[in-house]
Design a protein around this ligand. Sequence first.
Ligand code: NDP
Ligand code: ZN
Length: 353
Amino acid sequence: MKMKGFAMLGIGKTGWIEKDVPACGPLDAIVKPLAVSPCTSDIHTVWEGAIGERTDMILGHEAVGEIVEVGKLVKDLKVGDRVIVPAITPDWGSLEAQAGYSMHSGGMLAGWKFSNFKDGVFGEYFHVNEADANLAILPDSLDPAAAVMLSDMVPTGFHGVELADVQFGDSVCVIGIGPVGLMSVAGAALRGASHLYAVGSRPNCVQAAKEYGATDVINYKDGDIVEQIMEKTRGKGVDRVIVAGGDNDTFIQAVQMVKPGGVIGNVNYLGSGDYVRIPRVEWGCGMGHKTIAGGLMPGGRRRMEKLASLMETGRLDTSKLLTHRFQGFEHLEEALLLMKDKPRDLIKPVVVM
Ligand code: NDP
Ligand code: ZN
């Protein structure tokens, strides 16, 4: 049987293609999307060639869907179940997963399969490996459009908070308040940050950052963000920095603004250049106890269920991210191009089928 999908045809080229509906292995599921969202990473992939050449690969890794087929060894899921699909779908039996780093199962970053090593979720159907371990049931009370933010934006933004190890009363700076950084702001607030500085410029993002708990907003277009942070903290700097935007040079600023003993958590995707530079003196000549951690979001059903429970209990409202809603599969291209062009009023587009 054939299906349609919106694909990367090659670096810099996209279009609709036809492919066979994927086959279902014994542990797997075939899912049809109910709601999907394009990601900034799709833009890096197609227009910056960040993961190298890909030909006729269906894009997308953020979806909520309905199961249409399950393999014979799948225990907890059945046809008709509505599920949250994490962007990262590890092989749970791998040694990397056993070591606690499932996102690197099979090799560095290899838990990221959709729109990387296999077709993504912008098709009429898509394949999910190890369905019992990778899919979470969508709670009835959640709107599928808002729940799509559980695929990548919430787990990635929150992972920045985990990497930076935010503790009660910490002062935190979140650099970048696109949808990922906004979820870092929300996560840092839930984890008990005190002063919460959010760096960005788009008015909608700034407004949302305040609603998610930012105490101060810093516009990087108004001058050096390190100077602005130092002014606000009387020269002390912050306990934690979460990097969810900017470029390779943003690390220099993150190291400069974090206190000795502080931690920098990066979830930003560095798509260009050979090196990330660390300023020697501000890094304490190598002795400053300024930790830099960077990671791909963890996937997995357990984590998804827990994150979904934050939405169910009303502690997290992702609907503020959804600035552009489309109805119908045919709007995928339009939604993706919005993510590429980043109009000033955009936070995140969502396409509901
Ligand atoms: P956006 O492009 O929407 O947001 C980027 C943010 O960074 C904006 O707030 C932007 O400000 C700000 N910014 C841009 N330049 C600078 C600068 N020089 N200094 C400070 N801030 C700056 O991206 P997303 O939120 O969608 O994604 C963020 C990153 O996370 C991307 O690189 C994406 O690929 C990556 N990612 C990583 C994942 C992971 O698992 N680790 C998963 C998903 C995404 P402005 O308001 O002016 O636009
Ligand atoms: Zn993504």
